[in-house]
Design a protein around this ligand. Structure first.
Ligand code: MG
Ligand code: ZN
Length: 220
């Protein structure tokens, strides 16, 4: 009981800071995408590939969440995009306070900010960071059971990316089953099939993302 109450108040405090972040992002017209996945889904590779498509057209920034290392942030830095690392020191999700401070320290006007959350399909889904939407990345090597085992993350996501489609011939993964399972949980979420490694499928995802950036700008 005590624990339930404590969790409720942590989430309440987080929601206030998330609202503050959302106000800041809105005033600057920055579209903010919170990327969530389990470890090993290829989230950073998808991000790198997306940056390749976008960095000539938009002012991009990245916040990298990781338990202890800055390996992913260094990969992003090589792309010439402003990046801020958050090490959660064991905490399994990012919260709104961490993101607010990281955004402030980037200190640039951005069209699009990616937040790479800690690899975990459970609690990142519960923490509002002030983002415009959550995107879930799943890979074909993870098997078909992820949507049914982690429905919250799929329900909370505005968009779903199925990564590593180049590996489909080597897995038992059923795309049809996956689409059906996602549609049951979140009927409105588009599903983009991509390969971060080969670049297959990125045009459609990038077009969709650019449309979201345009909408956000029109609102600002
Ligand atoms: Mg990563
Ligand atoms: Zn957590």
């Amino acid at each position: 009981m005590v624990q339930v109450r404590m969790e409720a108040s942590i989430l309440g405090a987080n929601d206030l800071l998330a609202r503050k972040n959302r106000g800041i992002f809105a005033r600057q017209g920055t579209l903010v995408v919170n990327l969530m996945s389990s470890p090993g889904s290829g989230k950073t590779t998808v991000l790198e590939r997306s940056i390749d498509y976008l960095h000539d057209r938009l002012r991009l920034g990245v916040i990298e969440g990781d338990l202890y290392t800055d390996q992913d942030a260094r990969r992003i830095e090589k792309k010439g995009v402003p990046v801020k690392q958050i090490n959660t020191e064991g905490a399994c999700h990012l919260d709104a306070k961490m993101v607010g401070e990281a955004f402030e320290s980037i200190g640039e006007k951005l069209d699009l900010l990616f937040i790479e959350n800690v690899g975990n399909l459970v609690c990142p889904a519960e923490f509002d960071l002030g983002e415009d939407f959550k995107a879930v990345v799943m890979s074909t090597t993870e098997g078909n059971d992820k949507p049914s085992k982690y429905p919250l993350v799929f329900r909370e996501a505005r968009v779903v990316l199925l990564n590593k489609i180049d590996l489909l011939p080597f897995t038992d993964f059923s795309v049809e089953q996956f689409r059906e399972d996602v549609a049951k949980i979140n009927p409105h979420a588009p599903v983009f099939m991509v390969s971060g490694r080969t670049g297959e499928g990125f045009e459609a995802w990038i077009e969709w993302l650019l449309e979201e950036v345009r909408k956000k700008r029109a609102e600002a």
